[in-house]
Design a protein around this ligand. Structure first.
Ligand SMILES: NC(=O)c1ccc[n+]([C@@H]2O[C@H](COP(=O)([O-])OP(=O)(O)OC[C@H]3O[C@@H](n4cnc5c(N)ncnc54)[C@H](O)[C@@H]3O)[C@@H](O)[C@H]2O)c1
Ligand SMILES: N[C@H](C(=O)O)[C@H](O)COP(=O)(O)O
Length: 349
């Protein structure tokens, strides 16, 4: 299992890894703990190395575990046991039944992982899924990891969500807002900023020299020359023109209903989409198993599986019926992006 984003898990890379990845707990009642167990079994011999930031009780007894005090200890321990920075939950975890009283531990896990990356003790963060409504019940004011990570990096509103699978990458100009709000939020400057962020990241973190960027339209037939909507003419095309003048390899606006077909997809490296489901429906339909959610625009690398907490698939402690492929892909992609970013920065020196 695992997607073909490139070769990562070789013995050589495993030995060369200077810092581990930090894998967060996610919702302790969801599939995160079970997927983490599957991931450790899958990667323990070949890497990349990661440590889990979560409640040891959710995993202890299922696989060998070792509580660590510093991420650096993970490199040596990983082949023998899952290294864990222990963040105890406040109340007993009922598998499949989330409780807002454990929101504090969920958030603490993310905070620890971010700090570890900022301090250079971890390479990147891979997040297990959280249930947004449960965190909201506990008073958490961010709609998802993406916005919270931007806040932790002092870069609120600069965050960009990308989802990637081997046959498609999509980037969103609006993220966790209602469709009505997304239409209000759409503006030329924001489309320019998001596209520039995506362009830079594809070069730096994905090793694509001159990314081909397809810009989606918003309306049926990309507006049909104003007959079915005017946003293409007033908002989207001016952004494309500006970006092209800056040398960005962008084209469109493309009719959204045909741009994800197998005929059009090979013509671009990334599609810029204007609302959550415009971009996420095609990718989750095409290849949910290997889809990875990546946060761009921040100084830290963060990936995540492209699915949620799937409470319905949890059978008991450390046990679930969930496919771990997307988490495997997220772990591989985080390691691969870290290596590409490092090579890019070294080439600039
Ligand atoms: N990265 C994240 O933190 C993240 C991402 C998406 C959704 N969520 C959260 O997850 C919760 C549930 O959301 P949802 O129901 O829309 O999405 P979901 O992905 O949890 O579930 C949708 C469907 O896909 C199935 N499914 C999910 N993961 C699977 C896997 N690995 N293998 C096999 N089947 C799988 C589920 O059983 C369900 O039928 C929500 O609270 C949402 O906020 C979190
Ligand atoms: N929008 C994502 C999806 O549907 O897969 C998901 O909610 C994750 O969002 P964060 O990475 O911001 O938690």
């Amino acid at each position: 299992m695992g997607a073909n984003f490139g070769k990562v898990g070789t013995e050589l890379n495993f030995l060369a890894q200077k810092a581990p990845l930090a894998l967060t707990m996610g919702d302790p009642s969801g599939i995160g703990p079970c997927l983490t167990i599957k991931a450790w079994k899958h990667f323990r011999k070949k890497g990349p190395v990661f440590f889990w930031v979560g409640d040891v009780e959710l995993i202890e007894g299922e696989i060998p575990v070792k509580i660590i005090n510093s991420p650096y200890e993970a490199l040596e321990i990983f082949p023998h046991a899952l290294p864990i920075i222990n963040i105890p939950c406040a109340v007993q975890v009922k598998p499949g039944h989330p409780c807002f009283r454990n929101a504090g531990a969920v958030i603490k896990s993310i905070d620890y992982a971010v700090e570890a990356v900022k301090k250079g003790e971890a390479q990147a963060i891979v997040t297990n899924p959280i249930a947004k409504y449960i965190l909201s019940e506990a008073g958490f004011k961010y709609p998802g990891h993406t916005e919270y990570l931007a806040h932790l990096c002092d870069l609120s509103e600069r965050e960009v969500m990308m989802l990637a699978c081997p046959s498609l990458k999509v980037v969103l100009t609006t993220i966790h807002v209602s469709l009505r709000q997304a239409m209000d939020d759409l503006n030329t400057q924001h489309i320019i900023d998001v596209t520039l962020t995506a362009n830079e990241s594809l070069k730096r973190d994905f090793g694509i020299k001159n990314p081909r960027i397809a810009m989606a339209g918003l309306n049926p037939h990309a507006g049909e020359k104003g007959l079915m909507g005017v946003e293409e003419g007033f908002i989207i095309s001016p952004a494309i023109k500006f970006l092209q003048e800056k040398g960005v390899n962008v084209f469109g606006p493309l009719p959204p209903d045909t741009m994800f077909s197998s005929i059009v997809r090979p013509q671009y490296d990334v599609a810029i989409c204007h609302y959550h489901d415009q971009g996420l429906i095609p990718i989750k339909t095409l290849d949910q198993a290997h889809g990875v959610n990546v946060t761009l625009g921040l100084p830290i690398i963060r990936t995540s599986p492209d699915h949620g907490t799937a409470f319905d698939l949890v059978r008991g402690k450390g046990d679930c019926m969930a496919d771990p492929s997307s988490l495997f892909s997220a772990i591989e992609m985080a390691a691969e992006m870290s290596a590409k970013k490092q090579a890019f920065e070294e080439a600039l020196k």
